[in-house]
Structure formats: C-alpha cells, structure tokens
Design a protein around this ligand. Sequence first.
Ligand code: ATP
Length: 349
Amino acid sequence: MTSLDVSHLSVNFGDRTVINDLSFTLQAGEIASLLGPSGCGKTTLLRAIAGLLQPREGTIRLGTQLVGLSSVVLPPNKRRTGYVPQQGALFPHLNVAQNIAFGLSKKEFSQAEITKTISEMLALIGMPGYENQMPTELSGGQQTRVALARALAIKPKMVLLDEPFSALDAELRNELRSEVVALLRAQGTTAILVTHDREEALVSSDKVVLMRDGKIAQYGSPEEVYESPISPSVAVSTGDALVLSAHQAKDGSTSYALATLSAPTGAVSTNNGYVVIRPEEISVSKSSAAGVAGTLIQLDYYGHDAMLVVKLSDSSEIIRARVAGPMDFAVGDLVKVEHRGPIRFFANA
Ligand code: ATP
C-alpha cells in the first residue's frame, strides 16, 4: 500500500503534448477513477505512472520513492505497479498459472513460492483449479479476473486498471466491478481505474480525476464532482444535467425558467449565465398548485425510475425530471414542475 504524488506532469508524443502540467495525489489505499472523453489522455497518464512512458516534465512519486521524471525513469518491474491493460490483457500462449506467474522472477522466488502465490491468487479471484486452462477457454469475466490476479501476484504498491470491464455485458460488468473493488479494498491496494462510464467512476472510487485535453478539469470525491461541479461541462460529464439560461441580479437573486430564487450569498454583480440542475432535483405533479406549468412530451421508463421530459408552457424550455416509480404519468399530461435542489449558477465566461 502506498501513496501516489503526480506533480506537474507533461507527456509528449513527438511535438504533441498529450498530458499537460497535470498534478494530483492519492493517499495510500485510495481508489481513484480517471474519467474523461476518448483521447483526453487517460491511458497515457496510466502508462506514465506504470513506467511504460517517459514524461517530458514533472515527477511521479510512489510513497517517498521518486519513480518518474524526465531524466530518470524507474522501469515498470522495479516500481512494482500492477498494470491491467485494455482488452487482450492475457498472454494467449500461456495458461492461467503461467499468466499469473509472469511477473514473478525465478531469481527472486523459488518454484514452491511461485506455486503457492498462484494458488493464493486463484483462491482470491474465486477460480481455484483453473491453473491449466488457456485464455481462449475462459469467459470475458474470467479473463479479467486472471489479469487482475497477475497484477496482484507481484504484491504491487499500486494497481492500474485500464477499462478492464469495457468488453463485458452490463450485468457481469457491475458484478465484477464490485468484486474487484471489494478485493482491492480488502487488500488495501492503492488503485487507479480508467473508465468512460460516469456511474462506474462515481460508484467505485474515493476520488474522481476528471480529465479534459490532457489536464484535470476537476478532482475530488464522487460527491464533490457530482454535487458541486466547477462548470456546466463537468456537470454533464459526471451525470445527467439540465443546463438552463439564467440571470443573476445585484441582490443575489437568480432567475431562470423554473424560478427566481434568492442566493444565500447575498449581493453579487449582475451576470448572465447558466444554472445546472440534476434531473432528480425536479419534482413533477399533476395536482400541485405550485410550480411552473408544462406538458409532458416524453416518458422514458427504466423500471426503477423514469425520465419525464416536460415542455414549459411559457418559455418553451425543455425540462428533464427523474421520477422514482411507481407513477401514473402519460405523454400529453398537463403538469407542474418545481426545482427543489441547490442553485448552481455559472456566469458566462
Ligand atoms: P480512450 O478513452 O479512447 O482510450 P484516452 O483518454 O485513454 O482515450 P490516450 O490513449 O491517452 O487517450 O491518447 C491521448 C492522445 O494521445 C490521443 O490523441 C492519441 O491519439 C495520442 N496517442 C496515444 N498513444 C500514442 C502514441 N503511441 N503515439 C502518438 N500518439 C499517441
């Protein structure tokens, strides 16, 4: 178990800067998710931490050990990071036992120790007896488990997982993700999980690193990045969000399609901008006298809840509201909508 300190890290491919002056820290035993659009540099950052890429500038420390900077790079096997790459993680010509033992050097460990580690890892991932199976004989979920066992077998200081669940169907993905997170937590392993999936990022980690164009857009706990996004675009990348035009007056009140509300902070300079609302912060009623009138124009039913799409009568703004089931709404209903959550106002840049 170790802490991670990435400081002012920049990584280039030729002239192109892909990671740009990026800094963050992780406490020992914390799990972080790297979340961001395709091409923003998630895999590059992970590979730099693993020692597979040399930074142009900046430093990477595992605990007190300086493992990466532009002039010196400790090779991957010396920094003891377990790396689980994207799909195709297993060596196809090696069986399960050989895959798990791959990082265990025969100079460092006796054959008896290696055999014992293989058994321990297979027990850990719930696959005892699979030593002689070949990767092609395993399901996608089993392959991911073996890749994780191989990463953990070296008793890593840190585990780096690059979208390990992306090839799996939704049910297996959720199941395996909670198993893997429970396993990492039980071992107290510091870990980074790369994902495109915002729910996966929120549910799996202590910290979310939101990346954009090689930089950190926001870094914080899942609650911080979801409840207090620093911009409308960050709000959209961590969950469903409504972004409505808004105006903030001198007295601090904020007007937007659903209300004029006083801000608790008091007087501010006047500003045009946006408010960001989560759909679960909107309530919809067919009988309430309070609220803003509109017509239900779409109902997406998910079982555990539904997304109601309401067109407001006065402003023609479209409002999405997440409503827990059971419910008795139908498209065409005349409804009232109310915003019950916090006001997140962002002035125009
Ligand atoms: P994805 O979510 O699609 O996997 P990512 O956020 O992990 O994307 P990276 O794989 O880190 O993104 O790539 C970041 C940028 O660096 C991309 O524009 C990519 O084309 C470029 N890149 C990645 N690897 C190399 C390489 N070996 N040589 C040149 N450019 C590269």
